[in-house]
Design a protein around this ligand. Structure first.
Ligand SMILES: Nc1ncnc2c1ncn2[C@@H]1O[C@H](COP(=O)(O)OP(=O)(O)OP(=O)(O)O)[C@@H](O)[C@H]1O
Length: 311
């Protein structure tokens, strides 16, 4: 059974920006633990937020299911999303005692799990939320989010500010939880140390699409990743290689006609648009010219501001 299935997902944060996700398809089995690898801006957070039902997809043709239920029309229970923006919420920086805070979401009902997490995350119930460090606040968040049993856990780089001991013990807890309860984890991260034994699958995103769809981990002679890497390659080596390829790909696009525009952000948009156009273009069109852009503008009004880019 699939825990997560996505087909035909294209998503733009607004009508004026190019899609952050482009025709994404994804199928993750129940009980899998997948790591999403991709450079900054690849679309990992956007995908996780959509799966969590936090961003509405209105485009026709997209089918986004978690536990076989449409995430928008029939939102599935047992889905937990933990992202970095939580710590910015003024409520979690106000003068609340951690014990009261955890009880406000029913911590007393999950006492055994809560106490196990308090121990792993080294959280003190007497802390006041406005007097703790970012890493301590993150630990409270994880306790808060994980003490209720979940079927699908969507993690967006929430282990970044944990110390290595806490992170290691947390990953062991999550792995054990997933193995014993058959629950599913999709985890976007840039930190690969100590992660080799965690995933069942790894995937590579670039410019809003999967360059490598979730593939069995660790790499063995039989696995699909064996075509790219020798067996037993570490996750860190795989990530480094993929990110190098991403950089080379972006540079190759720039060489094909894109000058550096003013500012990195603009350049990133230009590259993404180029990628989008190539995907939508005829198979034999590989060079984007002003003329082609003009033709595309006629069909894609949302990218009419392309005219402003130096090509
Ligand atoms: N609120 C927003 N409005 C407009 N564009 C956005 C917004 N959020 C993200 N984007 C754009 O969408 C693209 C994908 O961003 P996303 O945050 O999903 O990437 P990511 O892979 O999670 O990156 P990172 O590793 O830096 O967290 C980027 O080009 C980003 O600039």
């Amino acid at each position: 059974m699939l825990a997560i299935s996505v087909a035909g997902l294209t998503y733009s944060h607004s009508a004026l920006v190019p899609p952050s996700l482009l025709d994404v398809c994804l199928a993750l089995p129940k009980g899998s633990r997948s790591i999403l690898i991709g450079a900054n801006g690849a679309g990992k957070s956007t995908l996780l937020q959509i799966l969590a039902g936090k961003r509405l997809v209105t485009a026709a043709g997209a089918d986004i299911r978690v536990k076989d239920r449409d995430v928008f029309r029939d939102s599935p229970p047992g889905v937990t999303f933990l992202g970095t923006e939580w710590a910015m919420n003024p409520v979690v920086r106000s003068d609340i005692v951690v014990s009261a805070f955890l009880d406000s979401v029913g911590g007393y009902r999950h006492k055994e799990r809560r106490d196990r997490l308090l121990d792993i995350l080294d959280v003190d119930l007497d802390w006041h939320m406005h007097q703790i460090s970012d890493g301590e606040r993150r630990r409270v968040q994880l306790c808060f989010g994980l003490m209720v049993e979940w079927d699908v856990l969507l993690l967006d780089e929430v282990t970044v500010d944990l110390d290595v001991l806490v992170r290691d013990e947390l990953l062991a807890f999550l792995k054990n939880d997933s193995e014993t309860r058959g629950s599913t984890i999709l985890y976007a991260t840039h930190i690969f140390d100590g992660l080799n034994d965690f995933p069942t699958h790894v995937a590579h995103m670039r410019f809003g699409t999967f360059v490598t769809e979730p593939s069995a981990w660790p790499i063995t002679q039989e696995s699909s990743l064996a075509a790219q890497f020798p067996p037993a390659t570490t996750l860190f080596t795989v990530a480094l290689q993929w990110l190098r390829e991403d950089k080379a790909y972006r540079e190759a696009l720039e060489k094909q006609g894109f000058k550096k525009t003013r500012g990195a952000r603009r350049n990133e948009l230009t590259t993404r648009l180029y990628h989008l156009i190539l995907k939508r273009s005829t198979a034999n069109m590989t060079i984007l010219t002003k003329d082609v852009v003009h033709q595309l503008e006629l069909n894609l009004p949302a990218i009419s501001f392309l005219r402003d880019f130096s090509l």
